[in-house]
Ligand binder design. Sequence first.
Ligand code: SAM
Length: 198
Amino acid sequence: MLTIPSQVEGVDYHLDDVTLKYRVTYCFRGVLPRLEEGSEILDLGCNRGITTKHLGRLYPHCRVIGVEILPGYLTEEAEGNVDFIVGDAFTDLERRTFDMVIAMNNIYFMLIHHPLEVQKKALTKIMRDLKRLTRPRGYLLIAGQQGNAEFIERGLMYRCIVQMDGNNSWTLRREDVLIEKAFEFSDALKTAIDALKN
Ligand SMILES: C[S@@+](CC[C@H](N)C(=O)[O-])C[C@H]1O[C@@H](n2cnc3c(N)ncnc32)[C@H](O)[C@@H]1O
């Protein structure tokens, strides 16, 4: 079975506001890409939108768009440099692309409905969609994190940053696999990245 970060038994996934707010900061501390003025960021599967709002403050010179497929989940409203879209990030963004795409704690939830034997194929499809959403020289950030604020730092299980070049190819710039369970996910992800190199 392909074990994906955030799929750890016995974990309480009812995350508190502090965890959601600072999740990007904690998960990508020290490695968050610098973006130029006017860059556009996609927070894919933004759920309540708290993380998206915090991204807006981390990148005040950029536009941040949170997309959430389930309308009932969004609790935050657009303000300043932050907008929200209710829809499917892979089919409803009308061919929009972004300078940075963040897929935080959601790839597992996209795979969970697939039978185990097709999960790796499904991961390749998700990666193809994520690649299409990412602009030339843009970044794709993926992370899996569990737990609430009191142990948020220990909760990081996996993170990676993939960068596009100007020729529709991409490179894994950084990867940290922090729990053993995430190694299989890491391998499958790297296979998908290689398969979609060009
Ligand atoms: C576990 S939550 C993670 C929320 C947030 N990124 C975080 O880290 O707290 C995964 C979210 O992704 C949403 N989602 C799944 N597939 C999606 C898609 N294709 N487009 C937009 N949102 C999607 C789910 O509805 C859910 O709210």
